[in-house]
Design a protein around this ligand. Sequence first.
Ligand code: IPD
Length: 259
Amino acid sequence: MTELMTSIEQIVRAAGDMMRTAFNAPDRPAYSMKGQQDYLTVTDGAVEQFVREQIARRFPGDGVLGEEAGGLVEGPRLWIVDPIDGTANFARQIPHFCISLGLMVDGVMEAGAIYEPMHDELYIAQHGQGAWLNGRRMRVSTIADLKASTVEVGWSTRIPLDTYLDMAGKAARAGCSVRRAGSGSLGVAYVAAGRTEAYAEAHINAWDVAAGLLLVAEAGGRINDFLANGGVRSGNPVLVTNAALAQEFSAMTGIGLLP
Ligand code: IPD
């Protein structure tokens, strides 16, 4: 493992410890609402602050873009962090949430990790080196039949409800098992791990998927050109798939894929 990946692993594991402690505390995480179905807990801010301190200490001068405190999209090296992805799950005592941390260098994802603390699952990848889940090499699934496939379709209030219903409906009518588990980062990581065949969402933010895009690419899957056209700053549609069903999911969602 490279020094960079070791650092990333140490940061996300320590952040995961903070989340697990807060999740298991006798007084459950208090939350406030940023909007409809948009939860916020004090742990989101505390974890992001911790990650920012770690990056400043280990990689002085690097930029950071985070879900809670924002940041400028500038400079050659930018860390992109979602301190808790799946905050609604975290707040509602559903053990399906994670930290997502990725490093973009000159506009390309160089390294990334997603850590799911409640099952101690670490997904990690470095550009050109491969992707691993708890030390085992990840490969996307080889399922080539939509009627045997599972797709997660993400939802948020940032898009019209009908856009989500159309996408989910098309997948269901094509015979896919359609799910929505409430963490875009884990949804993408599951594709890399071969647990599902695709993750699609009409709009998602970069902190939710930056690390996951690298995981899927390094696991032999297909991704859309998410980071282009302002995707880092403002988000974009996302589609990640296994290789065998790439054309089908691209046609179904209307989201083009990189070669
Ligand atoms: C949300 C989750 C959700 C996805 C949304 C995200 P948050 O992030 O990843 O699954 O569908 O687009 O905003 O609020 O849990 O950090």
